[in-house]
Design a binder for this molecule. Sequence first.
Ligand SMILES: *Cc1c(COP(=O)(O)O)cnc(C)c1O
Length: 464
Amino acid sequence: MKYISTRGGDTATFNEAVMKGIASDGGLFVPETLPDLSGKLEDWRGLGYSTLAHAFLAHFATDIPDCELRDCVERAYDGFPSPVAPLTELGREDGEDSGGAPLYLLELFHGPTLAFKDFPLQLLGQLYARNLHATARPLNILCATSGDTGSAAIHGVPADKGIHSFILYPEGRVSALQERQIACTGSPHVHALAVRGSFDDAQAIVKTILADTPFATAHALTPVNSINIARILAQCVYYLDAALRLNASEANPLEFIVPTGNFGNVLAGWMLGRMGVPGLRFCAATNVNAVVADFFQKGVYRPGPVTPSLAPSMDIQQASNFERWLWWHFDGDGARLRAALETLGRDGALTLAPGDGTAGAGLRATTCDDAALRLQIQGAYERAGCLIDPHTACAFAAVRPDMRTVVLATAHPAKFPEIIAEITGEKPTHAALDELRLRRIAKKVLPADADAVRAAITAALQQA
Ligand SMILES: *Cc1c(COP(=O)(O)O)cnc(C)c1O
């Protein structure tokens, strides 16, 4: 399987695409063609999670020896409880006998850092470690995070490989628990760098340092970002697992409602439809940052300033994976995509021509403000005694009564104890997070300045 850049100027094998993260022309890697899986589905029904993940990923990771791929996948999901991605049926608001279609919750928060980002990042960490072993080249990780990605990246990297993780985050702007997940690991290989600035500042520093090729090479720095193709492909698997378990078909379709920010998670599910998995519908559920929802409702993509919300991991205006969706929408025409991005850069907005609608895309989109999100948290608790996190609440707001539905739960409620306790009176807890509260925070607070971060990286690697 060959990977090409959405912008038409780069190609790579799977492993090259994984290690590069972003294509050299600034585009995102996509598989040149998608496999037709329709003939495999019956054989795959009933497989365990890791076995299914391996069978699926083998279509994409064609330059990794099969037994090594299997080891990576098994190690990635070994640390999850069983089942890896539990599917539970919930009662509808209007009662069991109302004839409402079944409603399921797909719980993606049982991994080591209690958010769905563990699914892609556990696998990515194993792929990095395999590459380290295969090439004997050192490798360290550099990442800017607004919360969940940093800790999921740290926990994805195998502890015994000598890989250092440098995690930049905005000082004082991630939640107390999220900071503890980054700064209380106790590992000498994890370096929490709190930058006095915003997430955008931290992200800009990472870009500056990675663009400084002599420095990045000398320190073997590899980015972990939200656009790595391995992350998207890893996320396809839980949709496939749920679709097989619930027998999705054109006659009996299933709608997945996905809390959405960068558009990576919902894109992964949507891609399965293009691989011959039948009966799948999708809803991208955003918070008040409604760029994606506006696009699918009105055909205009117009990123603006970020509005902070109660669902902070979705406080995003530049939905980076949207570029991949557009590429498929433009039938893989890189030149057309480049022209569209130029228009977006020049006008600040992208408008689809009339007749070039998104109606047939099998994808709708919704938006949910903080007030509506609070009502959903309250409603789920009163109806079913179910505690849901604020991101998942945005998805609940999009549920339709007539549709067989799977809501994706992207974070454990215990990651957001204060707001949930305020709304429901019950404080969600989790032993792994309680234990973190007892540990010492080990972080370096730095000015929002690339030189200060460079110095911290050099010092840490010299001491190691
Ligand atoms: C990252 C994240 C999202 C958004 O996922 P995208 O792939 O960026 O759309 C939703 N919920 C939680 C809890 C997250 O951490």
